[in-house]
Ligand binder design. Sequence first.
Ligand SMILES: [Cu+2]
Length: 156
Amino acid sequence: MDRIEKVIIASAVVLLLVFFGAIVIAATGYGVDVPTCVTDRKPFTEGRAPFKTSDQPLRYEAHTVARMWNFDPPEITIPPGAELDLYLSAADVVHGYFVEGTNINLMAVPGAVTYQRVKFDREGTYRILCHEYCGTAHHLMAGTIVVSQAAMEEQQ
Ligand SMILES: [Cu+2]
C-alpha cells in the first residue's frame, strides 16, 4: 500500500471519529433531538388545539394534520417557556412542517405520526411552512405558532 493511501485512510478514520464525537456531544451535551416517527399513536385526520398535559414542567400537546393545502389547526398558541409535544400526521399526501427561526423540521406522512418536543422561550409569532411540494397550492400552505402570555390569557 502506498504511503499516500495510508495517510488518506488514517485521515478518513480520524474524521469519522470527529464526526461521531460531534453527534454524541450534540445529543448529550446540547440536547439536540432528531424528530422521530412514533408507533404508539394511531394516525389521526383531525387536528387538536394545544392542551396542557403538565404544570411542572409546563407542557402542552398539540395534534396537527397537514392536508392540501393547510395545517389543522392553522394556529397554535402556547405561553413562553412552555414545552410543546408536537404530533403530526397527514391526511392525503406527504407534506413538510418547518417552523421558521427554530430547528423544527418534520415530515407529515399519511398513515404515520411524527413527533418532536420543542420549547419556546421567547414570545413571538413563528411561521409554519410546508417544505415538501404537495400540489398546485403548496406555496400557500402555512400556519403559525404564537408564543404569547397575553394571547393565552385572552383564550381563557
Ligand atoms: Cu406542500
